[in-house]
Ligand binder design. Structure first.
Ligand code: PEP
Ligand code: MN
Length: 353
């Protein structure tokens, strides 16, 4: 990492970047209000940091050992705003700002009517962002794969509904990109690209999705350690896209736990991750619980643990849903959950988290 002097000139910064590139590395240039910090992207084992420290305009040059330095608090502290959380702006919604952000909607988009009815319900309940899967990751090839599986035309039609519902009810929209091949198509329609738990390790998908410049909702794999999760997040930051919202959604349960909860919500990960990175962290209580009667409690607990928001599956009639009906709550239940979470948020002092 190269920290420039506050009065470093453009030419001095350009020289540092050029020398970084001569090593075959890329420069991640972050311009703060007062100074520029340049991160090195790639294998920096041969880099002579002592030399960089002697270049004009350079305040400090140092090797940072952590595998996720571009998203680390350590990196950000050289900016005047280093202590604050980083806000991902999506339209006029601020994820990671002062108030919790609620993303809600069906697991899968099933029809225009279904989506619009749910969108209206979640908006009235207080949600800020509309979710809905068009390409669903499924364990069985025999299950409903989302309308996107029907081909380009069907995918575009479903994405159009999502866009229209978002416009109509004034909510940005988020949907999953399950593979690299879907990224350009989906990016035409939505405000946030979701990378699901199963694809957390797909470097090519991460790089491709980040290169669109769109905000990313990035879910932790159910078997991934925190260091792995953050290390893979770095692939997106290295593309120059730091508009990343991290999402804890439960890790594999032990023993017979699975008969009680689908996954084990790792709430300790929320403040632990928040101490490592300036990126906002949210929680998905729906997939973690796998049952609707736990969503309220887990939601309140997640906000108390410092989550900047929640991702919740909602349906007006969960019994009708083609996917994940057992964990969906109704718009009325969402309203109660959001109200309770907002009270919890007011009651805690985030600085202590
Ligand atoms: C989802 O949010 O639609 C989803 C499939 O969740 P996860 O990737 O966490 O399983
Ligand atoms: Mn689901």
């Amino acid at each position: 990492m190269i920290i420039m002097e506050t009065d470093a000139t453009r030419e001095q910064i350009a020289r540092v970047i050029k020398e970084i590139e001569q090593y075959g590395l890329r420069a991640d240039v972050s311009k703060g209000a007062f100074r520029t910090v340049i991160g090195l992207v790639g294998d920096e084992s041969k880099v002579d940091f002592a030399h960089f420290a002697t270049l004009p305009g350079v305040k400090e040059a140092m090797r940072i050992e952590t595998p996720y330095k571009l998203i680390s608090r350590e990196y950000n502290k050289f900016f005047e705003t280093g202590e604050q959380r980083f806000v991902v702006k999506v339209g006029n919604i601020e994820v990671g700002g002062d108030e919790p952000v609620y993303m809600a909607g069906p697991c899968a988009v099933e029809s225009k009517e279904q989506l619009f009815r749910i969108a209206e319900g979640v908006k009235k309940a207080g949600a800020h962002i509309l979710r809905g899967g068009v390409f669903k990751p499924r364990t069985s090839v025999h299950s409903f794969q989302g309308l996107g599986a029907g081909g380009q035309e069907e995918a575009r039609e479903a994405l159009d509904w999502l866009r229209d519902a978002g416009n109509r009810f004034e909510m940005p929209v988020v949907t999953e990109v399950r593979g690299e091949i879907q990224v350009d198509l989906v990016a035409e329609y939505v405000d946030i690209l979701q990378i699901g738990a199963r694809n957390m390790y797909d470097q090519d998908l991460l790089t491709k999705a980040a290169s669109t410049g769109k905000p990313i909702l990035y879910k932790r794999h159910f078997g991934a350690g925190i260091e792995e999760f953050l290390s893979f997040t770095e692939y997106m930051a290295a593309e120059g896209n730091k508009n990343i919202i991290l999402c804890e959604r439960g890790i594999l349960p032990v023993g017979k736990g699975k008969s009680y909860t689908r996954y084990t919500l790792d709430l300790g990960a929320v403040p632990a991750i928040q101490k490592e990175t300036y990126l906002p962290v949210m929680v998905d209580p729906s997939h973690a619980a796998g049952r609707r009667d736990l969503v309220y409690s887990l939601s309140c607990a997640a906000i108390a643990a410092g989550a900047c928001g929640l991702l919740i599956e909602v349906h007006y009639n969960p019994a009708e849903a083609l996917v994940d009906g057992q964990q969906m709550i109704t718009p009325d239940e969402l309203k109660d959950t959001i109200n309770a979470c907002n009270r919890v948020h007011k009651a805690i002092d985030l600085k202590k988290n």
